[in-house]
Design a protein around this ligand. Structure first.
Ligand code: 13P
Length: 250
């Protein structure tokens, strides 16, 4: 298997510039030479500060969202051109907090996916079911439709710049992690969907991260599963003491 582990920190709406700089400096220092692929995604106002610190290191720079258009009358939005201008390499799209709290829908997310890929950004496309959907036996169906719609008309070459993050909504920020077996089952299903939409090679190569209460004490068991290729970490990414042990799992 040629897939590389990819550990990403989604800082969500946390930190001032000084706090972000302190954390970024600690991560650069402590992840120097570490073996997996890494990303931090700070809030928009922090990106430029963090960019100056992670530039030229093994930590990629991400954003947590972006507008569906390049520029224009879009009050309150941030454009792909602006993100690229300050060094962003990756954008998280379709996070459950965007889907459920800010009512982002699949066709809007798909538009953002296309725009990001057109501009050469890596996309982390988040999918995941609500608790009631899981309890109703709908987890696979929900993830499948978020993937089919989110990737509509994305070409096979473009898919090489897409990472999927499976984040069951009920596991985000709750301290409840999916068991490694349950997570792996959905990851395997997602891989099957990618195989059907693209090819078996695409299915084999795509990185699928797990997100939802990943901590230093559960990361190893999750990553040991065949179809889990990394983590998208929220709460535990906010301190180097909690993120570095996750990032350096072996
Ligand atoms: P927690 O790690 O805080 O559960 O958040 C996961 C997440 O939403 C990452 O995008």
């Amino acid at each position: 298997m040629s897939r590389q582990y990819y550990i990403a920190g989604n800082w969500k709406m946390h930190k001032t510039r000084a706090e972000a700089a302190a954390l970024a400096n600690e991560l650069v220092e402590q992840l120097k030479g570490a073996s997996h692929k890494y990303l931090v995604a700070p809030s928009f106002t922090l990106i430029e500060t963090v960019a100056g610190i992670v530039k030229g290191t093994n930590i990629r720079l991400g954003a947590q969202n972006m507008a569906p258009e390049e520029q224009g009358a879009h009050t309150g939005e941030v454009s792909v051109l602006q993100l690229k201008d300050i060094g962003v390499e990756t954008v998280i799209l379709g996070h459950s907090e965007r889907r459920h709290n800010y009512l982002e829908y699949d066709s809007l997310i798909n538009k953002k996916v296309h725009l990001a890929l057109k501009h050469g950004l890596e996309v982390i496309l988040c999918v995941g079911e609500l608790l009631e959907e899981r309890e109703a036996g709908q987890a696979e169906k929900v993830c499948e439709s978020q993937i089919v719609n989110g990737l509509e008309d994305v070409s096979a070459p473009e898919l090489a710049n897409v990472v999927i993050a499976y984040e069951p909504v009920w596991a985000i920020g709750t301290g409840k992690t999916a068991t490694p077996e349950d997570a792996d089952a959905i990851h395997a299903y997602i891989r099957k969907v990618i195989g059907r939409l693209y090819s078996s090679t695409a299915a084999e190569n795509i990185i699928i991260q797990y997100g939802g209460s990943v901590k230093s004490d559960n990361v190893k068991a999750l990553m040991a599963k065949e179809n889990i290729d990394g983590a998208l970490v929220g709460g535990a990414s906010l301190k180097s003491e909690t993120f570095v042990p996750i990032a350096k799992f072996s």
